[in-house]
Structure formats: structure tokens, C-alpha cells
Design a protein around this ligand. Structure first.
Ligand code: PAF
Length: 288
């Protein structure tokens, strides 16, 4: 068995740009996969796709404090650079960019990127400031690296729309590529936060995917979004979830709520959900 080649690690913008400049001079194309670490098969699917579309793949690993609220899990967010590194090496990643906080938010840092109403609904309502934190760090990463492509998972569907919006509005020269949500066999969407679930909660967790499908089926057979959401929320609570932040049907591009399928006028729709199971908050979405 041959050992996987070690991944080159850079921790500063200057080192990152120096490596990218070497690749540019050699005519390589570059894909960036931004992550907060705690890598799982969902991240590996992004890296796999990155290799298909570009000749070099850079993964960034930065647990971004700006996207965590005061009472959220910044200090306990799973961090294990050594095991992440082993996975990245096995996946043939060319470069790991792992800056520290001072590299990303240097002395006097004051600039924030905010995407308006797109970032204020759903996750933005439940987690005020979250999308400004995400939009700011993603803008920084894109401008630091200037890749040809950047890849994001559809698991964080609203985040993906926010990123597409900021790239368009700020004319950042990068193509955004997305990869479908990666699920366990029982339907649970992979997330770095799934490790917070205890054994019983892990058995209950797939009910979120079931509830979204139940809602989509009800809407397809003519029910309103409100009625079908109420039924699906009751199902979730009955299954053992403690509360539901939202379970809604949206226009997939504008993220505006719809009342029924007819409101889409043939455009793509999405069901999005966030619910709490014990102390863990799960989010997910499916096509409508
Ligand atoms: O989805 C994530 O892991 C993060 O929100 C991202 C895009 C890496 C920004 O910190």
C-alpha cells in the first residue's frame, strides 16, 4: 500500500498567494473548498467534485468566530486538525489553508459584508448576524485565494444562495459550484454537529428528513404550505424533537415563502427546516 502524499499547509495570506501564483504561472486551474474542519463524507464529496473541475484543490480550514452567536458553540465546535489532515491527504488535496484569527481579522478589522433580506430570513432570523459572518469570511477567503471555482454543499442551502448573491454583487471572479446534500442511509444529512447527538437522539434525527418529505408530498397533492407544515411539525414533535425553528416552502432562488406550489410558476422550490433535538440544532432542506 502506498502512503498518501502529505498535504502542504499554509497559514498566511502571503504564503497562500505565493503558492497560487506558482500554479497560475504553470497554467493550473484552482478550486477552493472552504470548511470549518471536522471533515466528513459531505466535505469529501465537495473535494471529489473540486478535483473533477480544477487541476489543483485547496481546502481552507477556519472556524469563523464571526458566524457564531454569543450563546452558540464556538468554544466547543469540534476541532481536530490532525484527523482532518489525514482525510485531506487521502483525498489528494494539494493545499490546506489554515489561517488563525489574526490572519482573518487583523488589528482594526472593521469591514463586514451583508446581503440584505436574503440573509435576514430563516437561519438569519434564528441566528442574527450569522449570514453577515459567513458572507464576510467567504468574501475574505475568495479574495485571498482568487480561485477559479469555490465549492459549497447544498445542505446549507440558504448559505449557498447568500454566497451566490455576494459573488454576483461584488463581481468576484469565481464560479460557485454546489454539491447535493450527503445523507446517511436513514436520511440524516451529514453535519459536523451530528456528533453532539446521543444514541437515542441519533435514532430520532432522521425524522427531520421524513418530515420535509411528508410536507413536500402534501403540497404536491394540493395542500397549502401552512397546513402541510403544521402536520409535519406535529410529526417532528411526536418523534421526539423539542422544537421547530422553521419548516417552510420557499422559492429556491429568492428564498421568499410560498403558500402553495402554484406560487412558484414553474420555478424551482425548496423545503427548508431547522429543529432542535435535545441541545442540538439540526438544519436540512430538500427540493420541492
Ligand atoms: O459551511 C461552512 O462550513 C461555513 O459556513 C463556511 C462556508 C466555511 C464559512 O465559514
Amino acid at each position: 500500500m502506498t502512503a498518501s502524499p502529505p498535504v502542504t499547509i499554509v497559514r498566511s495570506v502571503a504564503e497562500l498567494r505565493a503558492q497560487v501564483a506558482v500554479w497560475r504561472a504553470a497554467g493550473e486551474t484552482l478550486a477552493l473548498v472552504p470548511t470549518m474542519g471536522a471533515l466528513h463524507a459531505g466535505h469529501m464529496a465537495l473535494i471529489f467534485r473540486a478535483h473533477e473541475i480544477a487541476s489543483k484543490v485547496c481546502v481552507s480550514l477556519f472556524v469563523n468566530p464571526a458566524q457564531f452567536g454569543k450563546n452558540e458553540d464556538l468554544s466547543t465546535y469540534p476541532r481536530n486538525e490532525a484527523s482532518d489532515l489525514a482525510l485531506l491527504s487521502g483525498a489528494g488535496v494539494d493545499l490546506l489553508y489554515a489561517p488563525d484569527v489574526t490572519q482573518m481579522y487583523g488589528p482594526g478589522d472593521a469591514t463586514r459584508v451583508s446581503v440584505g433580506s436574503l440573509g435576514e430570513s430563516l437561519e438569519g432570523l434564528s441566528r442574527p448576524g450569522f449570514f453577515t459572518g459567513v458572507a464576510t469570511v467567504v468574501t475574505k477567503l475568495l479574495l485571498q485565494c482568487l480561485p477559479d471555482y469555490a465549492l459549497f454543499g447544498e445542505k446549507d442551502f440558504q448559505q449557498l444562495q447568500v454566497i451566490k448573491r455576494l459573488v454576483k454583487d461584488l463581481a468576484i471572479p469565481v464560479s460557485i459550484a454546489s454539491v447535493a446534500c450527503y445523507r446517511e442511509n436513514d436520511g440524516l444529512a451529514l453535519s459536523s454537529r451530528n456528533i453532539y447527538l446521543d444514541k437515542d437522539e441519533r435514532l430520532i434525527a432522521p425524522a427531520l428528513y421524513k418530515a420535509m418529505n411528508q410536507m413536500a408530498d402534501a403540497m404536491r397533492s394540493g395542500d397549502t404550505a401552512l397546513l402541510s407544515s403544521q402536520a409535519a411539525q406535529a410529526f417532528l414533535i411526536h418523534a421526539g424533537f423539542s422544537s421547530v425553528d422553521y419548516l417552510v416552502a420557499c422559492d429556491a432562488e429568492t428564498m421568499s415563502d410560498i403558500m402553495s406550489l402554484a406560487d412558484l410558476h414553474g420555478r424551482p422550490g425548496r423545503i427548508l427546516a431547522a429543529a432542535r433535538l435535545g441541545t442540538t440544532r439540526l438544519i436540512d432542506n430538500i427540493e420541492l
